[in-house]
Structure formats: C-alpha cells, structure tokens
Design a protein around this ligand. Structure first.
Ligand SMILES: Nc1ncnc2c1ncn2[C@@H]1O[C@H](COP(=O)(O)OP(=O)(O)O)[C@@H](O)[C@H]1O
Ligand SMILES: [Mg+2]
Length: 251
C-alpha cells in the first residue's frame, strides 16, 4: 500500500494529480487543498483496485475519482469532483447520500465540500465481478441477491431514486458484511423511485448479467415477473413488494 501524503506535500506528489483531475490547474488545486483542510482531511494516498493513468486508486467515474484519505484517525474514501464533470458541486450527491444513510444505505458520509465527499471506504469487488467469480456458491449468490433487493426496496421506501440501478453490476460493492450500494451522483428526491424495478430488471430480464445469474439462481418466468413489476409500479406497497419477492424466488 502506498504511503499517505500530508496536505502540504500532496500537490507535489503523484496522488495530488487526482485532487484536481483530469485538468490540473494550480489555483484550483490550491483551493481544493484549502477545502480539504476545512473538512479535516489529514492526508491522501494512492492505492486501490483500479488503475487510472498507471496509478492504482479506489475508483473512477464520470463525476469523480475516488482516492484513499485519512480523516479523524481513520482511513476513508475521498471522492474528488472531476474538473470536466458536468456537476458544479458535490452538494446534491452529499445530500442524497446523507438521506440514504438515514435508512442505513450507502457508504457513511462524514463530510463534504464543493469538490469533495469524505465517506466510508468500502472494500471488495463489484457485485458483477463477485457473482461471476463465485457463481458456484449458490447459497451466497442467493443471499447477496436478497440483500441487494432489500437495499433497493429501502431506497424506494425512503423515496430516493438512485438513478443508476439499471447498472447494478458496478453499483454494488460486495464487502465482508455483504453488498453495499455506491454512487448517489444521479440520485433524486423528485422522481418516482424505480430502484426495485430497475434492480429486478437488470438482474432477471435479458441482461448479460441475467445470463450469468441463471447459472446459479432459479430464475423467474418473464411474464409472471412483468406482471408483478407492473403492479408494484402502480402501487409500491408491502403486498406488491412481497409479490415480487415470491416471483423472484426469495420467499
Ligand atoms: N465509498 C467507496 N469506497 C470505495 N470505493 C469507492 C467508494 N465510492 C466509490 N468507489 C469507487 O470509485 C468508483 C467511482 O465512484 P462513483 O461514485 O461511481 O463515481 P461517479 O459518480 O463519477 O460515477 C466506483 O465505481 C468505485 O469503484
Ligand atoms: Mg457512477
């Protein structure tokens, strides 16, 4: 694992590139260091499962790059707004992640500023990769499918639409404690939540992933599934939720 660099040395080191990335600008980078001081971040480091420009870090998306950091004596994940992101601030994502946390969902958020979110670091493979590599462990597959469905339901109940659960494979990290959902960047409180319906569709209906899952899981019939999804869309109550659970063979 790479060593941590204090905020004083960060901009002069390799990890500093990711604080203001992909277009480095000295003034913007210094402003970002000031933000990190204000947040109480002590240091930052390379390291993690994903390679970006030859360096390993925790991850990269369209809005942010995620690196390791030290905050109040613990190692955390620091999501840094990309300079080419179409989001102007991290405010919306931070607000939605806080709200998700109230339902026990998502990495715990510790602090945020215009360009950063300080959050719990989750360790483990993406659910898509995990499922492919563990496809013979049918009990574990079933357990993790069940946890993911439960998370999607919790978000629906909280009226948070995650916004990207049509792509479940990369939006759940399978930690030692089970799958956890990440990335509230596209989330909204203003839309009708479609977390459960999107999750179920991306697991069970004609996706590349559903073909993988079919090797380990007793898959639902398509017509039956479409019918319970339709009922749930009309009325996402507990009974229609249980209707989905029955058809996807979880109860
Ligand atoms: N809390 C976290 N702990 C560990 N890795 C994370 C965490 N959040 C995100 N990542 C990694 O960083 C990647 C990009 O983060 P994400 O939130 O999806 O960014 P974007 O909003 O740009 O899509 C993720 O795919 C994941 O690999
Ligand atoms: Mg993303």
């Amino acid at each position: 694992m790479s060593e941590f660099k204090s905020l004083d040395e960060a901009l002069g080191s390799k990890v500093g590139k990711f604080l203001c990335w992909p277009v480095f600008d000295k003034e913007a980078a210094e402003d970002r260091i000031t933000q990190l001081r204000g947040l109480g971040v002590d240091s930052v480091a390379l390291g993690g499962p994903h390679r970006v420009l030859g360096y390993l870090i925790l991850g990269k998306g369209h809005v942010g790059v995620v690196i390791r950091a030290m905050f109040q004596g613990r190692e955390v994940a620091l999501k840094c707004r990309r300079t080419d992101s179409d989001r102007k601030t991290m405010d919306n994502e931070a607000k939605l992640l806080r709200k998700a946390n109230e339902s026990g969902v998502g990495p715990l958020i510790f602090a945020h500023s215009m360009d950063f979110i300080v959050m719990e670091k989750l360790v483990g493979p993406y659910f898509g990769d995990w499922a492919r590599d563990n496809i013979e462990k049918t009990d574990e597959i079933r357990k993790n499918v069940s946890i993911i469905i439960g998370i999607a339901r919790k978000l629906d109940v909280a009226r948070i639409d995650h916004g990207e659960l049509t792509k479940i494979r990369r939006h759940f990290i399978v930690t030692d404690g089970g799958p956890r959902v990440i990335d509230f960047e596209s989330s909204s409180l203003g839309r009708i939540p479609q977390n459960l319906t999107c999750t179920v569709q991306s697991m069970f209906l004609h996706t590349k992933f559903s073909n993988v899952l079919a090797q380990a899981y007793s898959m639902p019939g398509k017509d039956e599934l479409l019918e319970v999804l339709r009922s749930y869309k009309k009325n996402p109550d507990e009974e229609n939720y249980r209707g989905i659970l029955r058809v996807i063979n979880l109860i």
